[in-house]
Design a protein around this ligand. Structure first.
Ligand code: SF4
Length: 397
């Protein structure tokens, strides 16, 4: 590691030390990432291609499904049995989670980013208005969200080693932790020591989307920046687990790679591996579909609604205890329809710009949301459907 002196950040007038890190280009042994990379994903993808109706029958009848069953449930014969998948997924969800859905809100800290990712509104090349909240401004956002009912927040920021640095993130967590019962973070990936610092400051959960599990597509869409290191990123949930994070969330941006079944297989394999390796942590997966973003980005390979339903049901049936998160990227009617099939966590009333809850329209959002309902309206829709909205299910001691 090398320390360099830099100028003042936009978040603070004081000079901020910049640390350059040597990041390994391989994943550590005995990690969920190594388990994932050691799995015959191509073989599983072949099953998704060649599964017969009787393979689907067998998967639907199994008391405990494995990844081969999961692949069969992604097949064309399984698509023809979508009603059966939905019925089984609903039954299992109610059995494992009851009729409850956790609600959370994203809190954007900074839209500064030095990386170039083709699909993201914060991409360094996009000429957008950027903003970084001071920790006291971030706390004001958290207080506003707490006033709207939220007890679980997800802190989000772009990747900027000088502005969104370690001390800044720890200061934000320390400022916000007293306001809510649970805090998770979705920012650039860090080493285990930094995750320990965040945990000690009051951060309970780590969210890292691999974006795409396909290495070629990954290289094609991550043009510049530290995020180009696929292996460092894919092992980040392991580092979070090692640090003791209570919740570990992963996801793939559906529509980035042109083969959604291959992405689904990698995502499920990764979740299963994390569940085995880090059994003390709650594992969750997210199924975000790409949305238009600043810079004129339009998703090239959109995943259809029926394909999303098939994937959601297959995940629930194969990984019955894994949480499934659905964001406001999806429209309200679809979100309401997907809840009974396995969704356990919803964001609500989301803003994707820093300061968007208390001082909106001073910067550009990361992407456009589809569900514009308020948190109260989302909670009411859940109650009307017979579900309890859960604002809090954890108390930090
Ligand atoms: S995806 Fe993350 S790293 Fe890439 S441009 Fe957006 S904020 Fe930056």
């Amino acid at each position: 590691m090398t320390s360099l002196a830099t100028g003042a950040s936009r978040a603070s007038a004081a000079p901020t030390p910049l640390t350059l890190e040597q990041r390994p280009e391989t994943v550590p042994p005995n990690s969920a990432a190594a388990d994932l990379l050691g799995t015959d994903l191509a073989g599983l993808r072949e099953i998704a291609c060649s599964a017969t109706p009787s393979d689907v029958d067998r998967a639907l009848g199994a008391s405990r499904l494995d990844l081969r069953d999961f692949a069969a449930l992604l097949s064309a014969p399984a698509a023809a049995r979508l009603e059966d998948l939905a019925t089984a997924a609903h039954r299992l969800t109610v059995q494992r989670f009851g009729r409850t859905v956790r609600l959370f809100a994203p809190l954007y800290l900074s839209s500064e980013c030095v990386s170039t990712c083709t699909y993201c509104g914060f991409s360094a090349d996009n000429p957008i208005t950027r903003r970084t909240l001071e920790p006291r401004e971030a706390r004001a956002e958290a207080e506003e969200l707490a006033g709207r009912g939220f007890r679980h927040l997800l802190l989000v920021a772009g990747e900027h080693a000088r502005i969104v640095n370690r001390d800044y993130l720890v200061a934000c967590v320390e400022a916000i932790a007293p306001v809510v019962d649970e805090l998770s973070i979705e920012v650039q990936v860090w080493d285990t020591d930094m995750y320990r610092r965040l945990l000690a400051a009051g951060c309970d959960g780590l969210v890292v989307y691999q974006e795409t599990y396909n290495r070629t597509t990954y290289a094609d869409v991550h043009l510049k920046g530290k995020k180009r290191n696929y292996d460092w990123r894919i092992a980040a949930p392991d580092r979070g687990g090692e640090a003791g994070m209570r919740r570990l969330g992963i996801g793939a941006l559906l529509g980035l790679h042109d083969d959604w079944r291959a992405e689904a297989i990698a995502l499920a394999t990764h979740a299963a591996a994390l569940t085995r390796r880090w059994w003390r942590s709650e594992i969750s997966v997210a199924l975000p579909r790409l949305r238009p973003a600043a810079g004129g980005f339009e998703p090239a390979d959109p995943v259809r609604d029926d394909q999303l339903v098939q994937l959601l049901c297959a995940l629930r049936l194969t990984l019955p205890d894994v949480g499934i998160t659905l964001s406001t990227r999806e429209p309200s009617e679809l979100r309401d329809a997907l809840v009974p099939l396995g969704v356990t966590t919803l964001s609500a009333g989301s803003s994707t710009e820093p300061g968007g809850y208390t001082t909106p329209d001073r910067s550009d959002p990361q992407f456009e949301v589809s569900d514009h309902r308020s948190p109260a309206e989302v909670a009411m829709a859940l109650r009307t459907a017979g579900y309890d909205p859960v604002w809090k299910d954890w108390q930090r001691s």
